[in-house]
Design a protein around this ligand. Structure first.
Ligand SMILES: *Cc1c(COP(=O)(O)O)cnc(C)c1O
Length: 463
């Protein structure tokens, strides 16, 4: 399997190279040259498999000959063995039509663990082959940071610099990053929003002063391997609810468009999906793009769902590439126009291509709290604010009553105890696996929101 850049200029790479490269050298994102296909019989044959084996089957065509079948299975068994639930991503039914897919049973309580536990192992495997080292630079709206740090803390040949927007992540989220004491972990709080942090990370990849000295790696969902690992649970949910014979709809709390793009990939691979519902909070650029073709940024408004307080969704570029004719040169032009004006219109082909599978809905803070109350009153389920946005969108989408709708539960409610308590009166407790989070000492540096400050800090502290 070869991977090509959405902007058409960077060299095509194999799976091992694409995992270590992160962002393409032309500023684009890597996608598979073509989509592997499963027949309905092949999908049916996956029913009942343990999650780690299902993961290996779904990932195999993307990995190509970069890992043997046995080596891949060793990694999936190790990655998913760390989850606190045997099913890894269990489904919970809310009513006749609605389910939630609990993706938060990993070590740091958000769905990011599903992909990052795997990615950490892939880094280790591929770096060992060439005796190389990797300097990871990442930006987090809250959950990627802790999941990535957990996945790589203590590794010998990997170092991680993680930027979070100062004061804009929850206490639990921040402590899950800053209380990990390992010499290869560097936490940075910067002034500004997640979008500012993400833009700096993209600049680091293009900065020859940095890349001449260090091999820079990515843990954000710009890294293809993350999306690959997320495709698996769409298959897992479908197989449990009557797929592939029966179609399902999925509602996905969306920020950087990685998780929902993995649903698009599952559909491209042959999994019958009725609809993908892109759920946003009031930071609704994606809702405007999908409903009106208007992809223009506003200012970021902080909400109870900080991991979705994003205006620029990196992975949306992958969708525009895939549904817009896979024309790298045209997309490069469109994206550079967007960078200059902070706004662009989707082409007709992109709009039509996207609307075949995607719909969208937006939840304000009142809708979010109401969805949390509904789930608690109706079914005794406590949902985190991100998942609640997904549920609001799922119930608003008007999906035919015969089609099951699965909302992806992207975080454990205890990650956002204040918002959950405000809405339901119940304060969710942290599961035992996160330990004594509130008595451990924190360690992070604070930097102004300028690119130079971040670059100099990385150059001064990287081994
Ligand atoms: C990261 C995150 C999201 C958004 O996922 P994307 O892949 O960036 O769209 C939603 N909810 C939670 C809890 C998250 O951590």
């Amino acid at each position: 399997m070869k991977y090509v850049s959405t902007r058409g200029e960077a060299p095509s790479l194999d799976f091992a190279e694409v995992t270590l490269a992160g962002l393409a050298s032309d500023g684009g994102l890597y996608v598979p040259e073509s989509w592997p296909q499963f027949s309905l019989e092949e999908i049916e044959a996956m029913r009942g498999l343990p999650y780690a084996e299902l993961a290996a089957r779904v990932m195999e065509p993307f990995v190509g000959d970069c890992l043997s079948s046995e080596a891949l299975r060793v990694l999936t068994a190790k990655a998913y063995g760390r989850f606190a639930h045997k099913a890894v991503t269990p489904l919970v039914q809310l009513d006749e039509q609605h389910w939630v897919l609990e993706l938060f049973h990993g070590p740091t309580l958000a769905f990011k663990d599903v992909a990052l536990q795997m990615l950490g192992l892939l880094f280790e495997e591929f770096l060992a082959r060439e005796e190389g080292s990797l300097t990871i630079v990442g930006a987090t709206s809250g959950d990627t940071g802790s999941a990535a740090i957990d996945a790589v803390a203590g590794l010998d040949n990997v170092e991680i610099f993680m930027l979070h927007p100062k004061g804009r992540v929850s206490d639990v989220q921040r402590r899950q990053m800053t209380t990990v004491r390992a010499p290869n972990v560097h936490n940075i709080a910067i002034e500004g929003s997640f979008d500012d942090a993400q833009a700096m990370v993209k600049r680091i990849f293009a900065d020859r002063d940095v890349t001449a000295k260090h091999r820079i790696g990515a843990v954000n969902s710009i890294n293809w391997a993350r999306l690959m690992a997320q495709v698996v649970y769409y298959f897992a949910a479908s197989l449990q609810l009557g797929g592939p014979e029966r179609k399902l709809a999925f509602s996905v709390p969306t920020g950087n468009f990685g998780d929902v793009f993995a649903g698009h990939v599952a559909a491209r691979m042959g999994l019958p999906i009725e609809q993908l519902i892109v759920a946003t909070n009031v930071n609704d650029i994606l809702h405007r793009a999908l409903s009106k073709g208007d992809y223009s940024t506003g200012t970021v408004t902080p909400t109870a769902a900080p991991s979705m307080d994003i205006q620029v969704s990196s992975n949306f570029e992958r969708l525009l590439f895939d549904v817009g004719g896979r024309d790298g040169a045209a997309l490069a032009g469109q994206m550079s126009d967007f960078d200059a004006k902070k706004a662009m219109q989707l082409t007709n082909a992109q709009r039509e291509g996207a609307s075949a599978l995607f719909t969208s809905a937006r939840a304000d803070e009142g809708d979010t709290a109401q969805a949390m109350r509904w789930a608690y009153d109706q079914c005794g389920e406590l949902l985190d604010p991100h998942t609640a946005i997904g549920l609001h969108a799922a119930r608003a989408a008007g999906i035919d009553a015969a089609i099951p709708v699965v909302t992806l539960a992207t975080a454990h409610p205890a990650k956002f105890p204040d918002a959950v308590e405000r809405a339901t009166g119940i304060r969710p407790g942290l599961p035992a696996r996160v330990g004594d989070l509130f008595s451990r000492e924190e360690s992070f540096v604070e930097l102004p929101g300028t690119y130079e400050a971040v670059r100099d800090h990385i150059l001064g502290n990287a081994a």
